[in-house]
Design a protein around this ligand. Structure first.
Ligand SMILES: Cc1cc2nc3c(=O)[nH]c(=O)nc-3n(C[C@H](O)[C@H](O)[C@H](O)COP(=O)(O)O)c2cc1C
Length: 338
């Protein structure tokens, strides 16, 4: 039963629709003014949600499904000096709570990207980050040299989870001095902001993160996929044409979350977190732990609109929490755990 006091209040509200509307409008417009923008070094992003490299093509393939102008930005497929046809099929294999891929870094090559993709991408108002890889220092430098002459990029993301063929195939990202070498070569070649995407396959990610920062990285992206494999014991064959591949998706989230935390403690540069993000809670976990922005990868395979969906959900969370900035959410975790 309602109390007479409550009845009175409800009646008053009914009699005061104008006042109520003013209050609601005030709430809505304040939430609308919530500032989702983030700064990653010199790059200002509209919001902290980007689509991840290799899972969003060159962006254009998604433009009829996702409003690219709404995203914080996206990272292109990895670009190499020459076009690469990629690995034999099968290239993807679903695993419990994740996915294996062995695409073999298939791409059109940096020159075709500049000639055919970038002119169309320039029509969108979003941060386009070019993911760059190679098998020797000179490859990285050459890809960046070609991109430097082109307009329309917000920065570069260096994929250092690649074997250095001149050092017996040891991954650039697996050793602080190799990482520093490739980052400093790229730094000299690049005028644009340089993000370095770390490999998760390391003993101490803090050491690699620090080496990359000291060599000139403006931000660190943590992390790439985890080397893994799946076989069919009936046939005795691997489930992937390339035999081994990279594990991604929700299965890797807790492991990567720790890597982001460790990297965050080791450097001053901003850290961009990714690995297994599917829900807005995943986004908030990464932001709370200190990531300045996040990337959405495998989730775009199941739902090509995942990044835009997560952005809407994030806006709603802030609205409901009456928070005006992302820091209000982040500070809570850091205060508890720093
Ligand atoms: C099919 C596929 C292709 C990928 N290609 C690249 C790539 O070209 N360069 C790169 O740095 N990372 C690449 N990645 C790694 C993702 O960007 C991301 O780091 C990883 O999948 C973890 O995030 P997720 O769990 O949200 O997918 C690829 C991942 C997948 C699934």
């Amino acid at each position: 039963m309602r109390s007479s006091r409550q009845k009175r209040t409800n009646c008053q509200i009914l009699r005061e629709p104008k006042r109520l509307r003013v209050i609601l409008l005030h709430e809505v417009s304040s939430a609308g003014a919530a500032d989702l923008s983030v700064k990653i070094g010199a790059v200002r992003l509209r919001n902290p949600i980007l689509a991840a490299s290799g899972t969003f093509g060159y962006g254009l393939e998604f433009a009829h499904l996702v409003d690219l102008n709404h995203l914080g930005g996206f990272v292109t497929k990895g670009l190499s000096r020459e076009p690469i046809e990629g690995a034999p099929a099968p290239r993807l294999h679903p695993t419990p709570s994740g996915m294996l891929n062995a695409v073999g870094l298939q791409n059109v090559g940096v020159r075709a990207f500049v000639a055919e993709k970038l002119p169309v991408l320039r029509k969108f108002d979003t941060a386009v980050i070019a993911n760059v890889f190679g098998y020797a220092l000179e490859d990285y430098v050459e890809v960046i040299r070609v991109l430097e002459d082109a307009e329309g990029l917000a920065g570069y993301e260096l994929n250092i989870s690649c074997p250095n063929v001149k050092r017996g195939g040891m991954q650039f990202g697996s050793d602080p001095s190799l990482a520093a070498e490739v980052v400093s070569a790229a730094r000299k070649a690049a005028k644009r902001p340089l993000w370095v995407k770390l490999s998760p396959l390391v003993t101490d990610i803090g050491l690699i993160a620090r080496a990359a920062e000291e060599a000139g990285a403006d931000a660190l992206t943590v992390a790439n996929t985890y080397p893994a494999m799946a076989i069919d014991f009936h046939t005795g064959k691997s489930r992937l044409g390339n035999k081994t591949g990279g594990l991604s998706g929700p299965a890797i989230k807790p492991i990567t979350l720790r890597l982001v935390w460790e990297a965050r403690k080791a450097v001053k540069a901003p850290v961009i977190g990714l690995g297994g993000i599917e829900t807005v809670e995943d986004v908030l976990d990464y932001l709370a732990i200190g990531a300045s922005a996040v990337q959405v990868g495998t989730a775009s395979f199941a739902d090509p609109r995942a990044s835009e969906r997560l952005l809407k959900a994030l806006t709603k969370v802030l609205f409901e929490a009456k928070a005006f900035t992302l820091n209000e959410i982040r500070d809570k975790f850091l205060a508890e755990n720093s």
